[in-house]
Design a protein. Structure first.
Length: 233
């Protein structure tokens, strides 16, 4: 456990009590006593969770939540003596992940912090796994889960075989595939030397992904051998 928590609380006695307890629990803590300090520390450090008092001298906690939510989805837990349903709804509605009404026990606070970090870490792992199942080649993004291809953010419509050819080449950049290897990997059949099928699919694929199909920048022809995905434009 080495997560960094930004503690934003203007009452020095409460601040010290919470910070000391969090450090004993194994967390690192950075302290802010008003909204300006909080935003500055958020910008300067890699914060894992924010524990935020709702009522602050220079700005209220809702403003801080809104500001941070424009840039990050990190967990934000609001602490406040204002424990009405309206205040809870306001805090959660503007992007906070949880609400702890003062006074609260340090055990309850720690449990909520732990739960919020677990959810955040699980989301990050899932998101990373999704990202890992995408191939990026120059300005192409190939999504292997959804079978989609984006170029400069715009979707390109490919047939199943075109997508398979592109994915295979992109997964092995600068590796030269013979026409026979492409046919056997994509069509799952024995190659008998008929180049026409491969040539037609490569030509159609280039017409969709290349700026100038006659001078391709992605799929390069290696004369007498086959094709490769070029990484340099």
């Amino acid at each position: 456990m080495n997560e960094l928590i930004l503690l934003v609380e203007d009452d020095e006695q409460i601040h010290e009590m919470i910070a000391t307890h969090l450090k004993k629990e194994g967390y690192r803590v950075v302290s802010a006593f008003d909204g300006h300090e909080a935003i500055a520390l958020f910008s300067q450090k890699k914060i894992d969770l924010i524990l935020l008092d709702l009522m602050l001298p220079s700005s209220n906690g809702i403003d801080i939540v809104q500001s941070i939510r424009k840039e990050s989805l990190l967990p934000i837990l609001i602490m406040s003596a204002k424990d009405s349903d309206v205040d809870k709804a306001l805090g959660l509605g503007f992007g906070a992940d949880d609400y702890i009404g003062k006074p609260f026990s340090l055990i309850e606070m720690t449990a909520r912090v732990n739960a919020a970090l677990r959810r955040s870490n699980q989301y990050s792992k899932t998101d990373s796994a999704k990202q890992e199942n995408k191939l990026a080649v120059l300005d192409l993004i190939i999504d292997l889960d959804n079978f989609t291809v984006l170029k400069d953010g715009k979707e390109i419509s490919l047939t199943a075989k075109e997508f398979q050819i592109l994915s295979l080449l992109a997964a092995h950049p600068n590796h030269v595939f013979t026409k026979g290897q492409l046919f056997e990997r994509v069509w799952k059949d024995t190659y008998y030397g008929d180049d026409n099928v491969i040539n037609v699919h490569i030509r159609r694929l280039r017409s969709k992904i290349e700026d100038d199909p006659s001078t391709p920048t992605y799929i390069k022809t290696i004369w007498g051998i086959g094709y490769k995905m070029e990484l340099k434009k």
